[in-house]
Design a protein. Structure first.
Length: 580
């Protein structure tokens, strides 16, 4: 299978495609508000490869995003294509320039660093550092690199850089042991050829590579542990921007256009990020004109900010369907009492989903279904909606032998109070209020909840590495829903990120079928069965679904929308300009 950057010259069998939805106007949006349809349409995976000399065509099931991306206002011919400075506000806290800083990892990808492949604005794989790629069996993948890719220090990007990055990330950054766990070996026979062998065939492998940020081996090999680099040299990349400065005291970070970039310099000459402790102060800065736009990866702003922003004629609002879950409750199915299926169902029945939607999603959201996967996602199937039925919840708990013996409002089992420990990010706006609501809901059916707020580092340690949590509150991203076998399986599977630590044979068999099948129809069937499994077992609960709300300067036209990163990505840096 060959795939180059220019898809017009491809054999049609080599093209990964998804269907696009029809954009419709929404009554609740502003005059200058670009909207995305929230309806559902199933994407058809179409990924073909030659099988050796037989020449047979086999459909590899790579299910990406069904996108409902509206056409943003186009750029007039008379517009200026030079923007001196763009100031972006964010609540994503960057603490250091180290490779394992999660917030910086996102900013690297949209400014200084690149991967092998990316998703274009049509949801199709396109080449980043890779000029083309091929596989005959979905196990051995061969990539040909661009000849004109250059590091910011002037050295050429080589296959050895990518080999080093993959091997170092797997060794030193725990989350990449999940993302690249299928890789058996990486070889660089010459500067422009990279060969990746997998432990087993996986037609979805390119999805994993979407989170690769390649680093220069000639810089990082100087240290034993690449995470220890924490100066400007750690920010040398090959993308359209060059790192300029980081001032943690002032909470700012700057980038300059890379004048020698292979596409030429981007339209934006300087990017500056301002870091805010909370969303309220960030939106206030936006209204005062101190920042040009706010940005939080795979998130957007809360609906209650919209009415005031709609009155500001200097701003426009873009809506993008969220194919992640903005808030979900994950159960570690190996921890008592959430290891009991009926207990999980009882907790789910105690939740007032309409109240959560009213508080957090308003008219920009919807009550989810038990199948977890957001409506509009590829291979979505309808399952029963999440409902609040506390009488049924109490009946289930009684049947489990959990009763309030002493009349204190808390159920006991075997003479001990039944308690759930709920871990959540204390540094994320809204998560404390949502955790408090869940605590109130669980109390209505006699279950005590201990809230455990933690910071990002502790959260990752306890959830991704130790897996010692009982229940956790978190969101999922559009890419996260694609990873592993898709349909959110990576968040559930104990063999991957595994917030639910799911490992029962029924579940793992479904995931393995999805990961290994070469037949799109077989993938769809397994994906449907997986969603019914979620509905039956409830390893996780989606608390609401929503659309992403992204304000941006009305004076800037020509934005492109990334399925993963929204408005901030390379195609926007080369596409936007100032209206006359």
């Amino acid at each position: 299978m060959e795939k180059g950057h220019n898809t017009k010259d491809q054999h049609p069998g080599a093209r990964v495609s998804v269907k696009l939805g029809v954009c419709k106007r929404q009554n609740h949006t502003a005059t200058r508000c670009d909207t995305a349809n929230q309806g559902s349409r199933r994407g058809t995976p179409l990924w073909m490869t030659d099988r050796g000399s037989e020449g047979r065509k086999i459909g590899l099931s790579v299910v990406l995003l069904v996108l409902f991306l509206p056409a943003l206002p186009s750029l007039a011919d008379s517009a200026s294509r030079t923007i001196e400075k763009l100031v972006i506000g964010t609540t994503m806290e960057v603490k250091s320039l180290s490779l394992d800083d999660a917030a910086l990892s996102t900013l690297r990808h949209i400014t200084t660093h690149q991967g092998l492949v990316y998703l274009d604005d049509n949801g199709q794989f396109s080449g980043d550092l890779a000029e083309s790629w091929r596989t005959e069996d979905a196990r051995t993948w061969t990539f040909t690199l661009r000849a004109d890719a250059m590091w910011h220090d002037g050295r050429p990007v080589t296959a050895r850089d990518i080999q080093y990055t993959i091997e170092a990330f797997v060794k030193f950054i725990p989350v990449y042991r999940s993302h690249f766990g299928l890789i058996d070996s990486v070889k660089a026979p010459n500067d422009r050829t990279l060969i990746i062998d997998l432990k087993q065939p996986n037609p979805r492998f390119l999805v994993n590579l979407l989170v690769l940020r390649v680093v220069p081996s000639h810089i990082f090999q100087k240290v034993d542990d690449p995470r220890t680099l924490n100066g400007p040299e750690a920010m040398v990349g090959s993308g359209p921007f060059v790192f300029d400065f980081f001032d943690p005291t002032l909470g700012t970070m700057g980038f300059k256009a890379f004048e020698k970039y292979r596409r030429g310099p981007p339209a934006v000459k300087r990017l500056q990020f301002r870091f805010f402790k909370n969303t309220d102060t960030m939106i206030l800065a936006l209204r005062r004109g101190e920042i040009d736009l706010p940005y939080v990866y795979a998130s957007g702003i809360a609906p209650f900010y919209v009415p005031a922003l709609q009155k500001d004629r200097s701003l426009a609002i873009h809506l993008q369907q969220n194919l992640g879950v903005p808030a979900a409750l994950f159960f570690n199915v190996h921890r008592d009492p959430v290891n009991l299926r009926d207990f999980r169902h009882a907790l789910a029945l105690s939740i007032d989903y309409q109240e959560i939607l009213n508080v957090f999603g308003r008219s920009y959201g919807a009550i989810p279904t038990k199948g977890f996967v957001p409506r509009g996602s590829p291979d979505f199937v309808d399952t029963a909606p999440m409902t609040c039925d506390r009488e049924e919840a109490r009946r289930l708990l009684d049947a489990l032998g959990m009763t309030d013996i002493d009349g204190d409002g808390v159920r006991e089992r075997d003479g001990r109070p039944v308690q759930v420990e709920l871990m959540f990010r204390g540094d994320i706006s809204g998560d404390l209020r949502l955790a408090q609501l869940l605590q109130e809901y669980f109390q209505t059916v006699g279950i005590r909840t201990r809230l455990k707020p933690v910071d990002a580092a502790v959260f990752r340690s306890l959830s991704d590495q130790d897996r010692s949590h009982m229940a956790l509150l978190a969101r999922t991203t559009p890419w996260g829903m694609m990873m592993w076998a898709g349909c959110g399986s990576g968040y559930m599977d104990a063999r991957y990120i595994g917030w639910s630590s799911s490992d029962d044979p029924v579940f793992t068999n479904l995931v393995d079928r999805m990961n290994g099948t070469l037949d799109p129809e077989n993938y769809r069937k397994a994906a449907a069965e997986l969603q019914h499994y979620y509905a039956r077992e409830l390893p996780a609960i989606a608390l609401y679904w929503n659309v992403l709300i992204q304000p941006y300067p009305a004076r800037l036209r020509g934005w492109k929308v990334s399925p993963m990163y929204g408005l901030l990505w390379e195609e926007s840096w080369f596409g936007i300009g100032l209206e006359p």
